[in-house]
Design a protein around this ligand. Structure first.
Ligand code: C5P
Length: 230
């Protein structure tokens, strides 16, 4: 059984009304939401403040990859909204990750997570952009770089959680999206998916689940299945 704050529900909607309806439907069953670029752009930052005001944790998935000053500014803006997690691309290198961590210092509740390799990418996608490493090698390399830059944790696929925990030790957050419902319903989750139970057992600190819950006929029951593992 996974407790509330370890299972993060991704509010991947194109407007505020659908997001608010889902949050109302889940009620006390969910205390932790992820808002990405689609909803942030469509609904505006007021939704983040509203959720934070209602006692929810908000992971603002900005996937920052910019010059350090711009990254720092975006991280401060996320902190001012009350976000508890924000993402930066590790592929952007130490400079932008360190800028993000530095900017987050004035917000004690804000954690900077480094996105290693986007979970839908495969080895051949890496080869296409000139990276000879396998996805596993690249994830570990970027995770080490992220720790060196002071990041609080990493985003990776369920498949990499175990190796990352072994390399990073017990403290850093390891947040895994690409999570499927128990029973192998993997459709649409990409090449490196896995269940929440498997990801957490391997060493993930949090899992992110989206459509399996948000598009379910009964989202509360679907979230319960994610948490219970059956
Ligand atoms: O696939 P699902 O609807 O559960 O996705 C929830 C979130 O997880 C998305 O917002 C996306 O950012 C992330 N995700 C991911 N890699 C995948 C699938 C989803 O990073 N393969």
């Amino acid at each position: 059984m996974i407790n509330d704050s370890r299972a993060i529900v991704a509010l991947d909607f194109d407007g505020r009304a659908d997001a608010e309806a889902l949050v109302a439907r889940l009620g006390d069953a969910c205390g932790h939401y992820k808002i990405g670029l689609e909803l942030l752009t469509a609904a505006g930052p007021g939704l983040v403040e509203e959720l934070v005001g209602r006692g929810k944790e908000v992971f603002l998935d900005l996937k920052l990859f910019e010059i350090p000053d711009s990254v720092a500014g975006a991280v401060r803006a996320a902190g001012a909204l009350g976000a508890s997690m924000v993402t930066v691309h590790a592929m952007g290198g130490t400079g932008i990750m360190a800028a993000a961590v530095d900017a987050a210092r004035e917000f004690p509740g804000l954690r900077v997570l480094a996105l290693t390799v986007v979970t839908s990418m495969t080895g051949s996608d890496l080869a296409d952009i000139g990276i000879g490493a396998t996805t596993d090698e690249q994830v570990l390399r970027l995770a080490r770089l992220a720790m060196g830059a002071g990041c609080h944790g990493v985003i990776a696929s369920p498949r990499e959680a175990g190796a990352l925990r072994g390399v990073l030790g017990p403290r850093p957050l390891i947040v895994t999206p690409g999570v499927t419902l128990p029973g192998g319903e993997a459709g649409g989750h990409g090449a490196r998916a896995g269940t929440a139970q498997a990801a957490l057992a391997a060493g993930a600190s949090h899992v992110v689940v989206g459509r399996s819950v948000t598009r379910a006929a009964d989202p509360v029951a679907a979230l319960r299945r994610v948490r219970d593992g059956r």
